[in-house]
Each structure stands twice: as C-alpha cells, then as structure tokens.
Design a protein around this ligand. Structure first.
Ligand SMILES: Cc1cc2nc3c(=O)[nH]c(=O)nc-3n(C[C@H](O)[C@H](O)[C@H](O)COP(=O)(O)OP(=O)(O)OC[C@H]3O[C@@H](n4cnc5c(N)ncnc54)[C@H](O)[C@@H]3O)c2cc1C
Length: 379
C-alpha cells in the first residue's frame, strides 16, 4: 500500500506581519456586516469588496507580475484566504477566478487571451464560473453531452450546464465540452473553452438553493459561437486539464472553513463554567487545529510545485465531516436556550441548511473517497 504523508505546514514570520495587515483591513471593511451575512462566507459576493482586495494586491497573489500578479508565496496567499474565511468576508465574486480560472488561463490559454484577461482577475474586476456539471453528468463528468462543433468562423456550442454557481454575476465561464465523438477511451474527445457570458445564445436561469437564495444556475447554450482562439489548451486535452483544475478547486482552506461564524456564535454564547459545552467546543477546536495543519501542508505542496490532489481530497472530505456536525452540536448545546431571531439562532439555522451541500460541491464524499483509495493503492 502506498502511504500518504502530509507535512504539517508552518508559516514564516512575514506571514504574521501580513496577517495583522489583513485583520486591520477586515476590521474596518466588515465593521457593519451582521453575523447572518458572514454565514454566507465565500458564497457571499460583493464586487466592491473584490475590487478593494484587488487594489490591495490580495487577488492573484502568487501570479507573475506580467499577468498583474504579485509574486508572493502560496503561504502568504493562504493567510489572506484563512483570514477572509474566518471573518466571513464576501469574497464570492472573484473566488473561482482567483482559485482556478486564472491559473488555468496562464497555463493553457493562448497569448491573445491570458495577458488581456488575467490582469482583470487580479484587479478584482473579472469573475468566472465553472461549467462542468450537466443534468445527467455530475460525478460521472466524462459523460457530458454539451458539444462544440468546429466551423470556419469558430466553434458552435449546444447543450446545458447545471448547478453553475455564480453564473449570473460572472463575466466568463470555463466550459468543459465534447469536441470529439465518444469512444472506448471515455476521457478522450473533451476540450475546455473560455466563454464570454454576454454572448448571444447563452441563457442563465436561476435555481434557488435550500436557503431560498440564488447562487446556482442552469446555463443553456443554443448555437453559441465561440472564436477559435477561445479554445483553452489543446483540442481533446480537456479531461487532463480539468483534473488539474479540480485539484486547485479542492485544495483551499474553504474546504474546512465555511462555517466559522457558527463556531464564533457558539463561543460567544458559551458559559465558561459549563463542562459539557467546554468539552464539545474543545473537540471542535481540536479538529479545526488538525485540519488547519493538513490544509497548510497542502498549501506547502502547491508552493513546491507538487500535485496536491490526494491530500486535498482528504482535507475536503474530513473538513466537510467536521462542518456538517456543527449545527447538530450547536443545537444540542444551545438550541433550547437560543432566543428566536438572535444571531445565534439565525446563524444556526442558515448553517444547518447550508452544510449538506459541502459534501456535494467540488466532488461528492464518495467520489473523493474513491480518489483517496486509488491514491493509496487500495483499489
Ligand atoms: C453548492 C454546490 C455548488 C456547485 N457548483 C457547481 C459549479 O459551479 N459548477 C459545476 O459544474 N458544478 C457545480 N456543482 C455540482 C457538483 O459538482 C455536483 O453536484 C457533484 O459533482 C455531484 O453530481 P450530481 O449532483 O450529478 O450527483 P450524482 O453524481 O448523480 O451523485 C448522486 C449520488 O451518487 C453518488 N455516486 C455517484 N457516482 C458514484 C460512484 N461511482 N461511486 C459511489 N457513489 C457514487 C454520489 O456520491 C452522490 O451521493 C455544485 C454543487 C453544489 C451542491
């Protein structure tokens, strides 16, 4: 059996200087944001906030300067992300672009696109959505049916994407589509395209989530004409590229820090003399401590240029387990005594309605465990 070793990451001193700077910024920028809005965490979006972060140099932090980046370390980036998540900052507008679309474009997009678009991401002005899932293709992504056909004037795309988070506020989608016929090799014949969300033929329809809020969408393509130079990477290499993109998608601290507001509310409501509360909250804090070390280890892998896919799958799976247990623990400890309409009450309710999705988005629990088992040579 192959082993898995994640070096617990450690942060160099410059990271703590940066942390103080980020905390001071957040204390001012978030002063008027109520707890229930902080519960939205990285699903919450404010274009104004994203632009402010861009101006501070906190988007595209590790990217080369020629792409508008700031050539800082992955660990410095990690500190900014964890402070944003701990504060429940509305980072959702630029999150996907910063996490995965920018790196994908820099690596694979032609020179007519990347130098023009990536700097807009770093400024907090260009937002992206992920066009992978389809009505009958989620876990089994290789079964997608949305299709691009090459013509003299460009590629013509027809089909349907679903659960597309933030499509309604995005400027671009990176879409995985079929460009070749299905064959025995299920992973062949797929390609990625940069799609401008304002192009004719593209329709975005809202799908409300359990909270009754608009975050996901259905996106239909009806003869959408895509210029030839919007093909990202080589034709037919979509599956390989999407694998690298998913590793970025699963690698960040948001995979265990999406419910911090509930923990803060529990701490505020706790009675220091209540042993049962102390034990339960102490267990949660210990889990967070372990997950943080693992997650920092993933950031350190990224900084060494190693693929974090296996370690990231493990952190995401364990992170979702801890976060999904939180609402029940909060209810058990404080439910009977929380005042209806209080911030604890609202945050507990909203977190309870949000957490089931944590083991679906970005790859389901079963799929992640399959990746972990394969990585450990167990299947
Ligand atoms: C909050 C949220 C945001 C999302 N945002 C986006 C987005 O922006 N872009 C995007 O493209 N997609 C997005 N998705 C979609 C997400 O990636 C899919 O929901 C997910 O991959 C599962 O696909 P599915 O919903 O089709 O379920 P299915 O794949 O049908 O799975 C149903 C159940 O069967 C299990 N299952 C499936 N295959 C296997 C297997 N081989 N072995 C064992 N069990 C299996 C699954 O684990 C799951 O429990 C989002 C989803 C959520 C919840």
């Amino acid at each position: 059996m192959q082993g898995l070793h994640i070096d617990p990451g450690t942060l160099p001193p410059e990271c703590e200087t940066l942390r103080a700077e980020v905390r001071a910024f957040l204390a001012e920028a978030m002063a008027d944001v109520p707890p229930e809005r902080r519960t939205r965490n990285w699903s919450g979006a404010s274009e104004e906030f994203s632009r402010k972060l861009g101006a501070r140099g906190w988007i595209g932090m590790t990217w080369p300067k020629r792409y508008g980046g700031h050539e800082r370390s992955f660990l410095e980036r990690y500190v900014v992300l964890e402070e944003m998540l701990a504060a429940g900052a509305p980072v959702g507008a630029h999150w996907v672009a910063d996490r995965q679309s920018g790196p994908l474009l820099m690596r694979y997009a032609p020179d007519t696109l990347a130098p023009r678009i990536v700097p807009l991401i770093a400024r907090g002005e260009a937002y992206f959505c992920i066009g992978m899932s389809e009505p009958d293709s989620g876990s089994d992504l290789a079964s997608i049916r949305t299709k691009a056909v090459k013509t003299e004037h460009g590629w013509v795309i027809n089909g349907r994407k679903v659960w597309t988070s933030g499509a309604h506020r995005s400027h671009y989608m990176i879409a995985l589509v079929r460009t070749g016929e299905r064959s025995d090799n299920r992973h062949a014949g797929m390609s990625q395209f940069l799609v401008d969300m304002s192009w004719p033929g593209l329709t975005v329809r809202p799908i409300l989530n359990q909270l009754g809020e608009h975050d996901f969408n259905e996106v239909t393509f009806d003869d959408v004409l895509v210029p030839h130079d919007h093909l990202i990477g080589a034709e037919g290499d979509g599956w390989k590229q999407v694998g690298a993109e998913l590793a970025f998608e699963r690698s960040g601290p948001e995979r265990y820090l999406s419910s911090t507001q509930l923990l803060l509310e529990m701490l505020a409501a706790a009675d220091a003399t209540d042993t049962r509360q102390a034990v339960a909250i102490g267990r949660i804090v210990a889990s967070y401590g372990t997950l943080r070390q693992m997650s920092l280890g993933v950031a350190a892998m990224l900084s060494r240029g190693e693929s974090p896919a296996l370690a990231a799958a493990l952190v995401k799976d364990q992170g979702a387990l801890v976060e999904q247990a939180l609402p029940d623990i909060a209810h058990d400890l404080f439910g009977g005594r929380s005042v209806p309409g209080s911030s604890l009450d609202k945050v507990m309710r909203d977190t309870a309605l949000s957490v089931p999705s944590f083991s679906l988005r970005g790859g389901t629990r079963e799929i992640l465990r399959g990746i972990i088992a394969k990585g450990l040579d167990l299947r």
